[in-house]
Design a binder for this molecule. Structure first.
Ligand SMILES: *[C@@H]1O[C@H](CO)[C@@H](O)[C@H](O)[C@H]1NC(C)=O
Ligand SMILES: *[C@@H]1O[C@H](CO)[C@@H](O)[C@H](O)[C@H]1NC(C)=O
Ligand SMILES: *[C@@H]1O[C@H](CO)[C@@H](O)[C@H](O)[C@H]1NC(C)=O
Ligand SMILES: *[C@@H]1O[C@H](CO)[C@@H](O)[C@H](O)[C@H]1NC(C)=O
Ligand SMILES: *[C@@H]1O[C@H](CO)[C@@H](O)[C@H](O)[C@H]1NC(C)=O
Ligand SMILES: *[C@@H]1O[C@H](CO)[C@@H](O)[C@H](O)[C@H]1NC(C)=O
Ligand SMILES: *[C@@H]1O[C@H](CO)[C@@H](O)[C@H](O)[C@H]1NC(C)=O
Ligand SMILES: *[C@@H]1O[C@H](CO)[C@@H](O)[C@H](O)[C@H]1NC(C)=O
Ligand SMILES: *[C@@H]1O[C@H](CO)[C@@H](O)[C@H](O)[C@H]1NC(C)=O
Ligand SMILES: *[C@@H]1O[C@H](CO)[C@@H](O)[C@H](O)[C@H]1NC(C)=O
Ligand SMILES: *[C@@H]1O[C@H](CO)[C@@H](O)[C@H](O)[C@H]1NC(C)=O
Length: 422
């Protein structure tokens, strides 16, 4: 009783009730507060967390300050004016047999998720952690190799994304750590006005098996997305702009071990139109990576049912500024023949156009893996208005080399291109 009274005074609440592990109260602003008590002993806290999402779905505040074991899909569709304080840890169980079918399916590249966060005006923050037990999934994947195409998941071995912001508007996510994602770390799906800042991502394997498809963020059918001030340690794209990512601002990222900040892959599906436009990427430290600033687009295809090239659309108004690279194989890279046979690509160039792409101040050292190569701009159909200034890239030894193919604006590059040798 004294405890209750004390909490009542401390929270400034007017009512207090405990049901199903969720403590609800009302603060002096009239907001409902739902505080979830961790059950402990390895029991599933998922149902209680979902109850809190329901009871505090509007003008509410949800407090997750414990260590939660989650074995149930987190699904939050109707949140409106809600704060979620995650100062504790959400640990998704390593139960592949259960999660693979029960994770929420979102069609694109067979992506599924542990947590579908949806609604308007949501603030998720608090210094807490999402721990997804990725190691178990990477080890299983190393054996079964059960994946989809071009970085996609598989329906029969669906590796969930720890946090999807889906069908949402006005969401701010900040000050969180994500460790061990089985697949992409974040998915921005059919959403707009979404901001992430102060996110620390670590997808690092401690066994001989590598992580798989450990992108920091994938953005799809979304606009007005901002990602800033974050650290990503992974083994796939640091950030990836998938079909229909528009009006995107990325800045102040520290990417290590990744495949770069990538537009694409795009143009995978014949008959589909993919648009990536109005993207600004700046102040990126890119270390030990395969790519720095990358654009990847499939080639064309003779087949109208192709799922490996032949899509159309455009990439336009993309800025990559102030990249500091170290030990990167391809610091600057455009590949419009991605995952496509060179002969097929020559006969069927991509119909997805690339234009208005600007590189400013891309500096540092490559890995030397491609010998002297530091920039590789290869289009299968002509790319227009590609410019570069302030480029200062060198290989670890020897002379820097730059290759270009089907670039209409070579005079607007501050380096001298040669044709690709093969
Ligand atoms: C989805 O998964 C199935 C296997 O379950 C696979 O055949 C298909 O290629 C995958 N689709 C994509 C787009 O990756
Ligand atoms: C998300 O939006 C799409 C398109 O409006 C709709 O078909 C789908 O049911 C929505 N999904 C959820 C979980 O809200
Ligand atoms: C960036 O993140 C650091 C460390 O988390 C924090 O101290 C700083 O205030 C953040 N800056 C911005 C602009 O968010
Ligand atoms: C990010 O998290 C990792 C693993 O939890 C930790 O080692 C590292 O210090 C953190 N980095 C930052 C910048 O917070
Ligand atoms: C950065 O990535 C490299 C290559 O994957 C790895 O060896 C190294 O430990 C990472 N550095 C940090 C600080 O995690
Ligand atoms: C992208 O947007 C265009 C224009 O609105 C639309 O025609 C196309 O179907 C969209 N593509 C995808 C993959 O959503
Ligand atoms: C290019 O994209 C940026 C956002 O990255 C936007 O501010 C600007 O208006 C766009 N310019 C044009 C000409 O579309
Ligand atoms: C890009 O930005 C310009 C200028 O704001 C705008 O006119 C255009 O519609 C945007 N493009 C897309 C695809 O959103
Ligand atoms: C496309 O259609 C052709 C001929 O009908 C068929 O042989 C092929 O397997 C199909 N490809 C895909 C990816 O469905
Ligand atoms: C490139 O670097 C120069 C010199 O540091 C700076 O003045 C300029 O603003 C930078 N360009 C961009 C687009 O940030
Ligand atoms: C150049 O650097 C690479 C990678 O560091 C190394 O393997 C190679 O032996 C070096 N070549 C020369 C001529 O120093």
């Amino acid at each position: 009783m004294l405890g209750l009274l004390l909490s009542t005074l401390l929270l400034g609440t007017t009512a207090l009730a405990l049901s199903g592990g969720v403590l609800t109260s009302t603060d002096n602003l009239g907001r409902t507060i739902c505080s979830v008590k961790a059950i402990g002993g390895g029991q599933d806290d998922g149902p209680n967390i979902n109850t809190a999402f329901q009871q505090c779905s509007s003008n509410g505040r949800i407090v997750l300050d414990g260590y939660y074991v989650v074995d149930t899909l987190l699904f939050t569709t109707v949140l409106s004016d809600v704060e979620i304080e995650l100062s504790g840890t959400v640990q998704y169980t390593p139960n592949i047999a259960k999660w693979s079918p029960q994770s929420y399916y979102m069609t694109y590249q067979n992506a599924t998720t542990f947590w579908f966060l949806s609604g308007n005006n949501i603030h998720l923050y608090g210094g807490g952690t999402l721990d997804s037990n990725g190691q178990v999934w990477w080890d299983a994947y190393a054996t079964n190799q059960n994946s989809g195409t071009a970085g996609g998941s598989s329906r029969t071995f669906a590796r969930p994304v720890p946090l999807t912001v889906g069908n949402a508007t006005n969401v701010l996510i900040e000050d969180l750590t994500q460790i061990g994602s089985p697949f992409w770390n974040n998915f921005v799906y059919q959403s707009s006005y979404i901001t992430y800042r102060g996110i620390n991502i670590s997808s690092v394997s401690y066994s001989v098996n590598p992580t798989a498809n450990s992108d920091g963020w994938d953005i799809y059918r979304s606009s007005y997305v901002t990602i800033t001030n974050s650290t990503i340690n992974n083994d796939d794209d640091c950030v990836s702009f998938k079909p229909n990512s528009t009006n995107i601002v990325i800045s102040n990222l520290n990417c290590n071990g990744s495949h770069g900040v990538s537009v694409g892959s795009l143009g995978q599906y014949a008959g589909e139109t993919d648009i990536v436009a109005n993207v600004s990427v700046s102040n990126i430290v890119m270390k030990n990576a395969e790519n720095g600033a990358r654009i990847k687009v499939f080639g064309g295809s003779p087949y109208d049912n192709s799922t490996a090239g032949g899509g159309s659309g455009y990439v336009k108004n993309i800025t990559f500024a102030n990249f500091q690279v170290e030990n990167v194989d391809y610091p600057i890279y455009i590949n419009q023949c991605y995952s496509t046979d060179a002969a097929v690509c020559a006969q069927y160039p991509s119909t997805l156009s690339i234009s208005d792409v600007h590189y400013y101040n891309i500096t540092g050292t490559s890995s030397g893996k491609e010998r002297g190569l530091v920039a590789d701009l290869e289009c299968s159909a002509e790319c227009q208005d590609i410019t570069a200034s302030g480029t200062s890239l060198s290989p670890p030894n020897g002379t820097a080399a730059y290759t270009c193919k089907n670039i209409a604006s070579v005079s607007q590059l501050d380096f001298k291109c040669t044709a690709p040798s093969s």
